[in-house]
Design a protein around this ligand. Structure first.
Ligand code: 5CA
Length: 445
């Protein structure tokens, strides 16, 4: 992408309404625009990151054996009357009446609808296990929408629903989600800690939230800080191996880590004082096991191997896809702007031409741009006729993790400069070596 042809409406001034750094940088970098309280347009740069996050979520869900589908944003009220949640959900639910006076709602979550799909088509334990998920817009009429995409009213969520024949199988599905989420967040450059939580309106008694530690987080968290050193890394996971998956969950949930809702001072006291930490966190996901709460209420029954009709065992599992942009920025920025982890960056690399119009510099930039594209790497090429300082400021603000700087002086010696946004470190090398270096960095991403 050439910057002169792109739509990147960068703001020079700090927007007054933004109270936290991620909101400020998303507005300044031209990623989002507020259209109403808690409702945003995704401008091209923001959309690119959102799509990267969706791709990672999809890849890790499919790796775990979960099946994508797509349910609508609007749902009939009657489905929610079956579960009893139409009245329970209260003012957070946006209720709509169509021209035929039929009652609809903008879905805040999809337990009822997915249970309806299941009961219409599945009757036998032989079709289980089954986990269906989608990535779809949700609406919750939050009392206090704030912090940009962090607490929106319209927001993008991945929500997945498992259907299993018995409790053990459903708990395996719960564990599979926990492990797939750990890998998902790590690929985004995040440390998200599973913490024992409370279930709220979704129900059930087994639930974990995933929290990214950040001063600006809305949840108070209590944890043994050794939990932050745990990493899944590149280890191979066989998602069908119940014991192996459960082992990973044990590894990540044994040390004390709870939100204020489930915090137990007496248990916390047992953590060695040097490791006892109280802080704040951003909830980027939550998993629930709730058994037969919805299947019983809605008649989602399956025949088991003894020929009996039993309510199917379920759980639901959510990732805050749009909230993740805010969480990643809170976790990765400096005073100049965002620092995207390679896994989610909108462009893998930026090219800065220090002297637009200089024949050698222009040709070198074009050459780099094409050579990167040939390796599947789409660079953002700043081909504007601007001062170097302004170009660097834009690149720093939008946070591409790598920059190649091209100028007549370097080219006279046959070199360009490759700079890491994270460390600020620059290395001179030939244009060919720069392309090879960037390709090598992204080979494992
Ligand atoms: N049905 C279950 C799991 S699919 C569910 O709705 N869970 S949830 O309520 O915990 O939401 C899942 C995730 O969506 C949360 O962990 C959070 O990251 C994100 N989320 C929830 N509310 C908002 C909001 N108002 N703005 C942005 N993200 C939100």
């Amino acid at each position: 992408m050439r910057l002169t042809r792109y739509f990147l409406p960068v703001l020079k001034e700090n927007p007054a309404e933004a109270q936290i750094v991620s909101h400020r940088y998303m507005l300044r970098a031209g990623m989002i625009k507020q259209q109403a309280a808690g409702i945003y347009s995704w401008l091209p740069l923001g959309l690119r990151v959102l799509r990267r996050i969706e791709t990672i979520v999809n890849e890790e869900q499919e790796r775990a054996g979960h099946i994508p589908l797509l349910m609508p944003t609007l749902q009939p009220a009657d489905l929610w009357r079956e579960s009893g949640r139409y009245d329970d959900y209260g003012q957070e639910m946006l209720r709509i009446t169509d021209r035929q006076k039929r009652e609809l709602l903008y879905g805040p979550t999809n337990e009822e609808m997915v249970t309806d799909i299941f009961r219409s088509h599945v009757n036998s334990y032989k079709d289980l296990p089954l986990t269906l998920y989608h990535i779809q817009w949700k609406f919750r009429d939050e009392m206090r929408p704030r912090f940009g995409v962090m607490r929106g009213r319209e927001f993008l969520m991945k929500d997945g629903y498992n259907f299993d024949i018995d409790k053990e199988a459903a708990l395996h599905a719960y564990n599979r989600h926990m492990v797939s989420y750990l890998r998902t967040y790590e690929r985004m450059g995040l440390t998200a800690i599973p913490m024992r939580a409370a279930s709220g309106p979704i129900g059930g008694d087994n639930t974990h939230e995933f929290l990214v530690l950040a001063q600006t987080g809305e949840s108070e968290v209590f944890y043994d800080d050794r939990v932050t050193a745990l990493k899944l890394g590149a280890r191979e996971i066989d998602y069908d191996d119940r014991a192996a998956v459960a082992d990973v969950c044990r590894e990540f949930t044994t040390l004390y880590a709870r939100t204020d809702e489930t915090h137990d001072g007496a248990v916390f006291e047992a953590v060695p004082e040097a490791h006892r930490k109280v802080g704040r966190g951003i909830e980027v996901g939550q998993i629930f096991y709730f058994g037969t709460k919805y299947s019983e209420a809605m008649g989602a029954l399956v025949v088991n191997d003894k020929g009996e009709r039993v309510p199917v065992e379920m759980g639901s599992h959510g990732i805050g896809v749009s909230r993740l942009l805010g969480a990643i920025i809170e976790a990765s920025h400096d005073d100049k702007g965002i620092i995207w982890p390679e896994g989610v960056t909108p462009f893998p690399v930026g090219i800065v031409n220090l002297k637009q119009g200089d024949a050698a510099a222009d040709a070198a930039c074009e050459g780099l741009y094409k050579a990167l594209a040939a390796k599947g790497l789409e660079a953002l090429y700043d081909d504007r006729d601007e001062r170097a300082g302004a170009k660097f400021a834009t690149m720093d603000l939008i946070g591409l993790p790598w920059r190649i700087t091209v100028g007549p002086r370097g080219l006279a010696n046959g070199v360009v400069e490759v700079t890491s946004r994270r460390t600020g470190e620059s290395v001179e090398m030939t244009p060919d070596a720069a392309v090879a270096r960037i390709a090598e960095i992204y080979a494992g991403v």
